[in-house]
Design a protein around this ligand. Sequence first.
Ligand SMILES: O=C(O)CCC(=O)C(=O)O
Length: 265
Amino acid sequence: MPHPLITQEHVETYQRDGVVLIRGLFADHVETLRTGVERNMAEPGPYASNNDKPGETGRFFDDYCNWQRIPEFEAVIRESDVAEIAADLMQSESVQLFHDHVLVKEPGTSMATPWHQDGPYYFVEGQQTVSFWSPLDPVTDATLRCVAGSHRWEKPVIPTRWAKGDAFFDPAPYMQVPDPDAENMDIREWPMAPGDAVAFNYQILHGARGNRANARRRAFSLRLVGDDARYVERPGPTSPPFPGHEMVAGQRLRADWFPYLRGAP
Ligand SMILES: O=C(O)CCC(=O)C(=O)O
């Protein structure tokens, strides 16, 4: 039986489409996450960015890999039901923490989050992966948009730098970023309440509109991996880079940096 917050249908949808909505996943933790986001913005880490792009209005702040220094993030990761639900969705015994990501679009932010798959930016390969994207404000227009089934595409999509738009790696083995709206793809998106979460596979193509509303759009995104996830070499530095990780191809992610939230082998 899956965790009471989800049904067998959630699991089947996730397995088939690579994306599913989970109402209320972080509902009891919204205030804690908001406090964590404020702390993160007041004390940004080395990877924080405002995604400054000429001609864009507002502010699109993002930062990642902060759970070790933002106690609110670690508390929610360890005290919420997220690991159990991740295990059900991924059909995995183990659940390992990869990293956290904060994405804040202040009112009047014009910049869209470009369409991308997370997997090609990461040094992780495997089918048992999940990201949970949760808004901390009510969201309609600037919600997450995911292309159902894109986790089964044959070629990965070329990862690009969001503000500059240039490619992270040599584009040769990748496909160009498609335009899901123009190509009438099956885009899943939902109006969401604070603490709801979209669960999506690392290979799912996703993006988000700018935030033209007059309210903030704060979001917390949590990336976890399961049994079959392995370290993989990429053609250049990955995002996040995790300098000095010393892992080699084919290895499970080192547990002292990426702790098991359940099912440690
Ligand atoms: O919040 C956004 O605008 C995009 C989020 C995203 O790309 C992610 O969580 O992987």
